[in-house]
Design a protein around this ligand. Structure first.
Ligand code: COI
Length: 361
């Protein structure tokens, strides 16, 4: 595989420091974007080429571009954190790069070398370092690498041209309430992904598929939808854009990777962080009936959602067609908050990075 270098063509008109600070004071999630983006092209027979860091700007696509019709698209999400000494570090970018390669294989797209993925993220963060929020708060800089098929034509086949981009967005809490517990609607009829499908690839189609059930969750007064497996409609899989963890006293359990669940980087990191803190941490099967029963008999003490965007968000209320119950009295649970703090301490550089997860720029 070829590894292009990234040519720097910075903006002559970046946003003023005052405007940037105004945005950083209340960034929300995914609403504002930094001054630059990285683009790298792939062409059949030539491989990866023309890596550039350029001013953030709209891209122009022919109306017959493949991605607009057949959704050959993949993406990633990772964050850059301001460290106590003012430097910046990203969290486990190689995990995202490797997943991006797996997603590419599933969608018959070319694999971007891991080092090029990391180099592209690094180039953008270095250029737009002033956009990384101050140390110590909930905020960070969310990076969104993605790839689209750019061949023009309506034939249904893997495209012969692709564009990889990285954009960045200062991010506060994904849920407006921050660590306030969220409510979950368990969808027992709609499914997110099927065995042999694309559930373990990070592709826009999976998120499109989740929107209707997510909208139904909202009509039930819930913040998020939870999907069950597509065959038995029994086993808990994941939320619309996050993984789930169940806390049984000193043991935490997350649904095993079945092929239809996204292998979350936060999910994976928490298995290790929990063990470091002395908890038992397991992957396993949890049915929706067990979830309800164990909550009602008190053995299931807490439930939380996790993801790069959501960090760790407690679950407060669960609703299904036949029942509704509170999780840890509707309050954030002790284990949830402890794990959240331990992970954030590593990411913000206030705890030792025993696993070598932080990538310093
Ligand atoms: C993430 O946590 O990075 C996600 O991809 C979830 C969502 C914002 C799509």
């Amino acid at each position: 595989m070829t590894t292009p270098t990234i040519e720097l063509k910075p903006s002559a008109n970046p946003l003023s420091a005052a405007e940037r600070e105004g945005i950083l004071a209340n960034p929300g999630f995914g609403r504002h974007f930094t001054d630059h983006m990285v683009t790298i092209k792939w062409t059949e027979g030539r491989g990866w080429h023309d890596g550039q860091l350029v001013p953030y700007a709209p891209i122009s696509l022919d109306p017959a571009t493949t991605v607009l019709h057949y959704a050959q698209e993949i993406f990633e999400g990772l964050k850059a954190y301001r460290q106590p000494d003012g430097s910046v570090a990203t969290f486990r970018p190689e995990k995202n790069a490797e997943r991006f390669q797996r997603s590419a294989r599933r969608l018959a797209m070319p694999e971007l070398p891991v080092e090029t993925f990391i180099e592209a993220c690094d180039a953008l963060v270095k250029q737009d370092k002033a956009w990384v929020p101050a140390h110590g708060g909930e905020e960070s800089l969310y990076l969104r690498p993605f790839m689209i098929a750019t061949e023009v034509g309506l034939g249904v086949k893997p495209a012969n041209e692709y564009l990889f981009l990285v954009i960045a967005s200062p991010a506060g809490a994904y849920f407006p309430g921050g660590v306030k517990p969220v409510s979950i609607w368990v969808s027992e009829d709609r499914v997110r992904a099927v065995p042999g499908g694309m559930g373990d690839a990070k592709t826009g189609g999976n998120y499109a598929a989740s929107l209707l059930a997510q909208a139904e969750a909202a009509t039930k007064g819930c913040d998020q939808v939870c999907y069950l497996d597509a065959v038995e409609h029994t086993w808990v899989e994941e939320l619309g854009g996050m993984n789930l963890y169940f806390v049984y006293g000193d043991k935490i359990v997350t649904p095993s990777l079945t092929g239809s669940i996204l292998e979350g980087v936060t999910r994976d990191s928490l298995l290790a962080v929990a063990r470091d803190l002395g908890y038992e941490a397991e992957e396993g099967r949890v049915s929706v009936d067990q979830w309800q029963r164990d909550s009602e008999n008190g053995s299931l003490t807490e439930v939380f959602a996790c993801g790069t965007a959501a960090v760790i968000t407690p679950v407060g209320t669960v609703k299904r067609a036949t029942a509704e119950w509170k999780q840890s009295g509707g309050e954030p649970g002790e284990v949830t908050l402890r794990l959240r703090q331990a992970l954030l301490d590593i990411q913000r550089g206030t705890a030792s990075d025993a696993h070598g997860w932080m990538h310093r720029l």
